[in-house]
Design a protein around this ligand. Structure first.
Ligand code: WQD
Length: 342
């Protein structure tokens, strides 16, 4: 029997890929997800990839009683990876109270259960959005956090503070926040990937849906930024590379390799790509022509951000490996699989 990891949000995009990597590293997994932004068949597809069906329970972690009941029935959890949260930047601007209530209540219910049910290892899904628009690039873990551009981003910053303060008075609890840059791509099996509900907010799913003919053309939100080609720069990281970072973080905590009981790491590639560089890389990698038009800037977008990954590379012994072309091809293969395109 391997160590048992609770993965909240485990039927979601990054959660499902992380469940696969955990199982393939020998861990047992139980998923809790309320399926508000994902489908239960993801569990079937995880089983198809790994041959092992993770345990699955469907309930809302923002419900304190249900969450406590889960922990009272599952006494042998060794660690938690917490993904479950609302994550649409634009929606969070329109529905701030739902975002603060859902994202922060679920977190606090989990932390309270850690204390009351003696679970002492916690990995949190944070985001580079806590840096806002950094003055100096690349971003290191000492780069000061800046006001988030959205309530969604603010829930990540507040969550980090809650975890920090919880760890301070609960020395037995060991916590790591992983600050993701821009997760993209899909599992090479094309059995799991990113499944945005409705019109995609994020760049890569919009690109693949345009390539599949579902969207007429990609709107490039602004080419008048202070960047070489005028379009914003981001650090796009392959979702499988990102998922592997969670396995390394869990190992670090379970085997007491952590240096303090609240640590945080930038999980990116260290390379910045502009929107147009990504569009051109997609066309080159897939051979698909991508119709696009330049339009006005999107409110809330920052100009440029990419990570200095040396701390995660040296301290965690983890490094992103997959190329942007391989990653974009995996996203396209997933889109074609979903749409029945040969
Ligand atoms: C990337 C670039 C857009 C769509 C957000 C969150 C972050 C994480 C990832 C959740 C920007 C441009 C996009 C389009 C475009 N979310 N773009 N046309 O905004 O960097 O990060 O999503 O975990 O926390 O902040 O990602 O993919 O939305 O945008 O031109 O149709 O692509 O302007 O420059 P973003 P994104």
């Amino acid at each position: 029997m391997g160590k048992l990891i609770l993965v909240t949000g485990g039927t979601g995009f990054i959660g499902s890929h992380t469940v696969v990597e955990l199982q393939q590293a020998g861990f047992d997994v139980v998923i809790v997800d309320n399926l508000s932004n994902s489908k239960k068949e993801v569990v079937d597809n995880i089983e198809k990839i790994t041959g092992v069906r993770p345990k699955f329970e469907c309930f809302d972690l923002a419900n304190r009683e249900l969450t406590r009941d889960f922990f009272s029935r599952n006494k042998n959890i060794d660690a938690i990876i917490h993904f479950a949260a609302f994550k649409a930047v634009g929606e969070s601007v329109q529905k701030p109270l739902e975002y603060y209530r859902n994202n922060l209540t679920a977190l606090m219910n989990l932390l309270e259960c850690m204390k009351d049910f003696n679970v002492n290892n916690f990995v949190f899904s944070s985001s580079c959005t806590v840096y806002g628009q950094p003055e100096k690039l690349p971003v290191t873990e000492s780069t000061p956090r800046r006001p988030a551009e959205s309530p969604y981003g603010n829930t990540k910053a507040i969550a980090e503070d809650i975890i920090r303060d919880f760890a301070f008075v609960n020395p037995q609890a060991k916590c790591i926040a992983l600050r993701y840059f821009n997760p993209i791509g899909a599992h090479p099996s094309s059995l799991i990937g990113e499944s945005p509900v409705g019109v995609p907010n994020n760049l890569v799913p919009y690109i693949t849906q345009t390539a599949a003919g579902i969207r007429k053309e990609l709107s490039v939100f602004g080419n008048d930024y202070n960047t070489p080609d005028g379009t914003p720069i981001r650090d796009y990281i392959n979702v499988v590379d990102l998922s592997k970072a969670h396995v390394v973080a869990i190992d670090r905590l379970i085997n007491d390799k952590n240096k303090s009981n609240y640590e945080y790491f930038n999980i990116g590639t260290g390379n910045g790509y502009s929107v147009m560089e990504l569009v051109n890389a997609f066309m080159k990698a897939t051979g698909v022509n991508l119709p696009y038009k330049i339009v006005g800037r999107r409110a809330g977008d920052i100009e440029k951000i990419w990570a200095d990954t040396s701390y995660a590379n040296n301290e965690l012994g983890w490094k992103a490996e997959k190329s942007i072309e391989e990653t974009l091809l995996s996203a396209w293969n997933w889109e074609k699989k979903c749409r029945g395109i040969k």
